[in-house]
Ligand binder design. Structure first.
Ligand SMILES: *Cc1c(COP(=O)(O)O)cnc(C)c1O
Length: 364
């Protein structure tokens, strides 16, 4: 009989490829190991021969891929003796920072743009008990303040400018290659600060470099495709954007922190950046939920919306194998979800057998 193996998080799983030692105390909530789901209904619906997988990062402990980076960043902060962490956030980083800080027994300070964070993310951050500092400004303004204050106060920055964040996040690429047996042809991601696209590329590259240990077929890396919202598309415009706007609040970023790194990814992988309108993003979000049973947050759907766009133009050829990262869980943003479903308002009827029966017959 096989010995049962508890899954104890991504650092434990990929320990030999991460900057930890035998004695490092791991701060983990069992993150990573998220499902790679092959789409079945959407390829049929769009009538294109394409093999699409979604990496559903919304199933991490706090509901986004930020947990991958945060387990590593907080582990290293604690190892270095830090008593407090700080971040600027559009919501998901603050939820992750808050949760891992609690786990470690240290304090978390989070700067968020007042009124511009999804309800679920705010609820999480409050529940985890982080010190929330709301600012009358956007993410970019918060990020600038965090960088300044960290020079004057004993706090560790856990935004993706912290290199340990990217170390943790690169493990998503390891999981994909481990599961498919080979890297996909194309990898589509939403891009905000561009830390994640940089981390995936690092992961694929490290895997390919180590491929002599494995089958030769692993010596391959995907073309990286980064998608932004058209109102917050500095990589598409080739310059910073001062007043970014989009319904996809997680990528409402005008001054990406990993600017140079992401351009390097684009060049090395032969990939590109493109943008989608809010309407295209929301359509993809809803298509995924109504046709595949997968509910991601708006920003996440930019990856799928981008794939649709580039399949249409032939930039991503028929017959390709594509992975789209769904960065966060749809439950985080209930306001947008409910606003998207105004045409599907629940019917209200009297609480009787006849009325329920009639309602079913009417709907069939
Ligand atoms: C953080 C985040 C992004 C953007 O990732 P970057 O690394 O900043 O490019 C996209 N989607 C969701 C849900 C996020 O939380």
């Amino acid at each position: 009989m096989a010995t049962p193996q508890r899954y104890t998080g991504l650092i434990a799983r990929y320990r030999d490829r991460l900057p930890v030692s035998e004695s490092t105390r791991l701060i983990s909530l069992g993150e990573g190991n998220t499902p790679l789901i092959q789409l079945q209904n959407i390829p049929r619906l769009i009538g294109v021969d394409v093999d699409i997988y979604v990496k559903f990062e919304g199933l991490n402990p706090t509901g986004s891929f930020k947990d991958r980076g945060m387990t590593m960043a907080v582990t290293k902060a604690v190892e270095a003796g830090s008593q407090a962490i700080i971040c600027a956030s559009t919501g998901n980083t603050s939820a992750a920072a808050a949760a891992y800080a609690v786990r470690a027994g240290i304090k978390a300070f989070v700067l968020i743009p007042a009124g511009k964070i999804a309800l679920g993310k705010l609820a999480q951050t409050l529940m985890y008990g982080a010190q929330i500092i709301q600012i009358d400004g956007n993410f970019d303004a918060g990020m600038a303040l965090v960088k300044q204050v960290a020079e004057h106060a004993p706090v560790t920055i856990v935004n993706s400018i912290n290199p340990f964040r990217l170390e943790g996040q690169k493990t998503a690429a390891f999981e994909i290659v481990d599961e498919l047996g080979v890297a996909p042809d194309y990898h589509c991601l939403p891009v905000g600060n561009a830390g994640n696209i940089t981390a995936y590329w690092k992961g694929y590259s490290e895997y390919a470099a180590a491929s002599d240990r494995h089958a030769a077929v692993i010596d391959k890396r995907p073309v990286m495709c980064g998608y932004q919202a058209s109102g917050a598309a500095p990589f598409v415009l080739g310059k910073m954007v001062d007043n970014p706007e989009t319904v996809a609040t997680a990528i409402r970023i005008g001054h990406p922190q990993s600017w140079d790194l992401a351009w390097k990814v684009q060049q090395e992988s032969g990939g590109w950046f493109d943008s989608l309108t809010d309407a295209q993003i929301l359509t993809a979000q809803k298509l995924l939920s109504t046709h595949e049973g997968i509910f991601c947050e708006p920003a996440s759907a930019a990856s799928l919306a981008g794939l649709f766009k580039d399949l249409g133009t032939g930039k991503i050829p028929v017959g390709s194998r594509v992975v789209c990262t769904l960065t966060g869980n749809g439950i985080k943003d209930p306001d947008i979800a409910i606003a998207q479903c105004q045409d599907a308002k629940p019917v209200t009827i009297e609480a009787s057998l006849d009325a329920v029966k009639q309602a079913i017959l009417d709907a069939l």
